[in-house]
Write a protein that binds this ligand. Structure first.
Ligand code: SAM
Length: 285
């Protein structure tokens, strides 16, 4: 950081419960010259609630370049600026990446002010392994793209964390079941809010329970999926994978899998899963 320049504070705000606003976040938002906010209509009521009158600047994906230039100029002139998202931690499935990167590239100070984050909040209370996890953000919106997306992490041993709209939760659970199988899943809904729920079960069972509970298909949702059992993750040897890769250049995936099973004795389902993950299989005319 060069002398005389301002600091960019990356400030987390609550994800539903205003009691989760930290004293430090309030103090920083009160004292900076400007708050760059994802949606000023969402942030203004939050600031008003806490008696904060700092000026706001819209910072979202459609004006990112112009807003970044303005914030960098302010920082360069010695003013401090805060970045906030609509809720939770900026940059985590929210805008801010290019601003933070640009500020760092200019040698400016970037200081996090931590607080709520839906993914970590859900993981901390879901009861799934938390020693290793993979945050995936939002899945694609179509089923075929989602299936490819899940197939790419089928062998990940850590807990998978996904943000999803409650409107698509049933369809996404169907894809989890089809691609990852009947693993333990936790639906963490309306975190920190009045109707917070944690539902745990296998995807098919959860789909049945949800179909009978429309109120559970509203609000905000984090889906946590148990990682791949270690035995399944290591079932395909390097030799079997290489064989599959070579064969799949010549024949469709199903045939390549069948031949690899004969040649190496590897498990058919694991090979097929791996083939999908790697996007293998010759095109069929
Ligand atoms: N930056 C935010 C964070 O730190 O968690 C996430 C922003 S992302 C645009 C919004 C998604 O986060 C929602 O669609 C939902 O998947 C998840 N989310 C946010 N608040 C939540 C809550 N109170 N309960 C459950 N999920 C929540």
């Amino acid at each position: 950081m060069s002398l005389g320049t301002g600091t960019l504070y990356v400030v987390a705000t609550p994800i539903g419960n205003l009691g989760d606003m930290s004293d430090r976040a309030r103090q920083v938002l009160t004292t900076v010259a400007l708050i760059a906010a994802e949606d000023t209509r969402t942030t203004r009521p939050l600031l008003t609630h806490f008696g904060i009158t700092t000026a706001l600047l819209a910072y979202h994906e459609h004006n990112e370049a112009a807003a970044t230039t303005r914030v960098l100029a302010l920082l360069a002139s010695g003013e401090d600026v805060a970045l906030v998202a609509d809720a939770g931690t900026p940059l985590i499935s929210d805008p801010g990446y290019s601003l933070v990167t640009a500020a760092r590239a200019k040698g400016l100070a970037v200081v996090p002010v931590p607080g709520a984050n839906a993914a970590i909040c859900a993981l901390s209370a879901a009861g799934l392994p938390s020693d290793r996890f993979l945050f995936l953000g939002f899945p694609p919106r179509t089923s075929s793209q989602r299936r490819t997306w899940f197939a790419a992490v089928a062998h990940e041993p850590g807990t998978l964390i996904v943000y999803e709209s409650t409107k698509r939760m049933l369809a996404t659970l169907a894809d989890v079941s089809a691609v990852l199988g009947e693993r333990q899943v936790v639906l963490a809904r309306e975190l920190t809010k009045r109707f917070e729920t944690f539902w745990s079960g296998q995807p098919t069972e959860l789909q049945t329970r949800l179909a009978a509970a429309p109120e559970q298909q509203r609000g905000e949702l984090v889906i946590l999926i148990a990682g791949c059992p270690v035995a399944a993750a290591t079932v395909v040897t390097a030799e079997a994978q290489r064989t599959l890769e070579v064969l799949a250049q010549a024949v469709p995936l199903r045939q390549a899998v069948a031949l690899t099973v004969q040649l190496t004795g590897a498990k058919k389902n694991a090979l097929y899963q791996l083939g999908l993950e790697l996007g293998l299989g010759a095109e069929v005319d």
